[in-house]
Design a protein around this ligand. Structure first.
Ligand code: SF4
Ligand code: MG
Length: 322
């Protein structure tokens, strides 16, 4: 089957700092993939690069990057504008900073439709009402004239989703779609995204720092740390047998895995920043399993079929990860 999205060896460099290094990802139509990692791990940057949204002085290199047969590395800007927003849509982090506070939500959705689909004003208004209905906004006609500050965080996130699906994208990238919301609303938003994904048969990439979000939503997981992919696998084996110490540590921090513990395990230290030059495995300063080799030699991402791990000493199946 032809892949919808194929990214191979993508790197994003900001004046000598590699925000993303050798990132690979392939997605077929209708598939849901999670990219997980702490903030600063390169999750969002990898996807912004795919959409051509990396600001100056970022430099993108890749062996190839294709969406539906289009070469994204050498695409004409006009063609890219047709693709991004229409066939590839993104829900950006933090709805309150992504929606324009000066315009009504109705206007903002109608503008998205105007850019990509044209049509008459009346048809765009009808489509907007239909979209608000699809994302679960009650009495949508009455909401068209609301400004973002007149709506709750959950409602604004629904508006962002309505804008993203307005043109029936084939790939939806949702960047931390629930981070700014409280727990009950988080579950509703994830359900909504999955319902829309299934009914429209869209491919979806969910970017999150939260393993619990991944567990509920995705089929495959890519774990990122400091710009690198450290582990990839289907969601069930990844949760049952994490092979990278970082994946295991993220899973150990899940509340349901820590029942009976006095307090939640955390990962000591922070993701390295642009001025930290770490020799060897980039995770070694935080890794409980680090050995001498880890401090001098950087591990490659080694694949076995559809799973892959970047570690000199991957955890054994069944071996305790705590
Ligand atoms: Fe830990 Fe070494 Fe594996 Fe890096 S290579 S994750 S330091 S065990
Ligand atoms: Mg981010």
């Amino acid at each position: 089957m032809m892949e919808l999205l194929e990214i191979e060896r993508l790197s994003v460099d900001f004046a000598g700092f590699k925000a993303v290094a050798d990132f690979d990802l392939t997605i077929t139509g209708g598939e849901v993939v999670g990219i997980v990692g702490e903030s600063g791990s390169g999750k969002s940057v990898s996807q912004l690069a795919m959409m051509g949204l990396i600001p100056y002085p970022g430099i993108i290199t890749a062996s190839h990057m294709r969406f539906d047969g289009n070469d994204l590395l050498n695409i004409h800007p006009k063609k890219r504008r047709q693709l991004v927003g229409k066939d590839i849509a993104m829900i950006f982090q933090e709805p309150m900073t992504s929606l324009n506070p000066c315009f009504t939500v109705g206007f903002q959705i109608m503008e998205a439709l105007k850019t990509h689909e044209g049509g008459t004003r009346a048809s765009r208004r009808d489509r907007t009402i239909d979209l608000l209905d699809q994302v679960g906004i009650p009495a949508p006609e009455d909401r068209l004239g609301n400004f973002p500050h007149q709506m709750s965080g959950g409602m604004n996130q629904r508006i962002m989703i309505a804008m993203a699906i307005a043109c029936n994208p084939r790939l939806l990238v949702a960047d931390e779609p629930t981070t700014a919301l409280d727990v009950t609303i988080q579950a509703q938003i994830l359900d909504l995204l999955l319902d829309l994904q299934r009914s429209k048969n869209m491919a979806m990439i969910i970017i999150t720092h939260d393993m619990a979000v991944v567990a509920e939503t995705v089929e495959r997981v890519v774990v990122m740390y400091a710009g690198q992919v450290v582990e990839k696998n289907a969601v069930d084996p990844l949760f049952d047998h994490p092979r990278h110490p970082y994946t295991a540590a993220l899973l150990d921090a899940l509340p349901e895995r820590s029942v009976g513990l006095h307090r939640l395990p955390t990962i000591p230290g922070v993701v390295p920043g642009r001025f930290d030059h770490i020799k060897g495995c980039i995770f070694h300063p935080r890794c409980r399993f680090a050995q001498n080799r880890c401090r001098t030699e950087s591990p490659d991402l080694v694949s076995h079929g559809s799973r892959a791990v970047r570690c000199h000493f991957p955890l054994d199946h069944g071996a305790p990860s705590t």
